[in-house]
Design a protein around this ligand. Structure first.
Ligand code: HEC
Ligand code: HEC
Length: 260
């Protein structure tokens, strides 16, 4: 009796599973949001809406917004990120995070032409001129601007605490568990661009009505980065530009390596 009920349940679950698989196949025969084996037909797709919907929208949201991962459909963001960095991020992904590498040369599913079609599509469809209202345009990577975590803590209390402090309804961005999933660049990008799709303002007004400077932004990142477990920080350091496949391996845990 209980045996046959079990097998009924199993059958029902399997048939549910196969309808999900069938749906996935109708949607392009690849699990959404995951680089697949790159079949020949998939490599021929060059049109931006299809490339975006198949590969990116599961995390970055329909039409580039309202996703779990960063809004990409944002003129301020696309003004601040240099085109070559946009391309490099898509090619290499962000090791140690949920953002995979997309270029075939990095083990991903997309040909160089498809990556170019995505980069051009993002810029042509979603970039627009931005009025900075006299505020300086921050540097995307903040290279050469060393952050001061002490000052970052003060700025956090002034500019972020009201929304991200304990008890605020928005998720805490100072938790080690959150910080373990994101790179310093992602933190920096969020502080510059905000989350206009969810109501976080951008750097032009975050400094209590003043624009945050490059130094302020680096200080805030340094403060948040200090709260991340050191072992995780090591895994989040991406490959040096041009380091190729070797860099990606650094995300493997050290205990998995060197056992012979
Ligand atoms: C007016 C409220 C508000 C203020 C002020 C604010 N944030 Fe946010 N922040 C938000 C909202 C809303 C989100 C989106 C939450 C979500 O994803 O569910 C967010 C998300 C984030 C994220 C996650 C990024 C992501 O892509 O989801 C980070 C990091 C962050 N904020 C940092 C900061 C820092 C640092 C400051 C101060 C400089 C700050 N925020 C100030 C409202 C605010
Ligand atoms: C499985 C989820 C996932 C998928 C699918 C995905 N991304 Fe991402 N993406 C992320 C996460 C998470 C980050 C932030 C990584 C970090 O911490 O730096 C990110 C970061 C990025 C950034 C850099 C944001 C910044 O900090 O400036 C770009 C650009 C980007 N993704 C583009 C894409 C494109 C284009 C696609 C499709 C080809 C894609 N992503 C697919 C999860 C995803």
């Amino acid at each position: 009796m209980s045996k046959s009920r079990n097998s009924m349940q199993t059958r029902r679950r399997i048939s549910l599973f196969s309808s999900v698989l069938l749906l996935l196949c109708v949607a392009g025969c690849e699990p959404p949001g995951k680089p697949g084996a790159g079949e020949v037909s998939a490599e021929d797709v060059m049109d931006f809406p299809t490339l975006y919907a198949t590969n990116c929208q599961g995390c970055h949201g329909v039409d580039g917004k309202n996703g779990a991962a960063r809004i990409l459909n944002d003129p301020l963001y696309l003004t601040v990120i240099p085109k070559d960095q946009l391309q490099e991020t898509i090619e290499m992904g962000r090791p140690g995070t949920a953002m995979p590498a997309w270029a075939q040369s990095q083990g991903g599913p997309l040909t160089p032409k498809q990556v170019t079609a995505l980069v051009n599509g993002i810029e042509q469809n979603w970039a627009k001129p931005v009025n900075f209202h006299g505020a300086a345009v921050p540097s995307y990577s903040g290279e050469g601007v060393n952050g001061n975590a002490d000052n970052g803590r003060k700025l956090f209390g002034r500019d972020c605490f009201m929304c991200h402090g304990p008890g605020a309804r928005i998720g805490s961005v100072t938790d080690a568990s959150f910080l373990s999933l994101v790179t310093d660049q992602a933190l920096r990008t969020s502080i510059i661009v905000g989350r206009p799709d969810f109501g976080m303002p951008d750097y032009r007004v975050l400094g209590l009505g003043h624009a945050l400077s490059d130094q302020d932004i680096s200080d805030l990142v340094a403060y948040l980065a200090e709260k991340r477990p050191p072992a995780v920080t090591a895994a989040l350091v991406g490959p040096a530009p041009g380091a190729g496949n070797e860099g990606n391996k650094s995300t493997g845990s050290s205990s998995e390596r060197g056992t012979q």
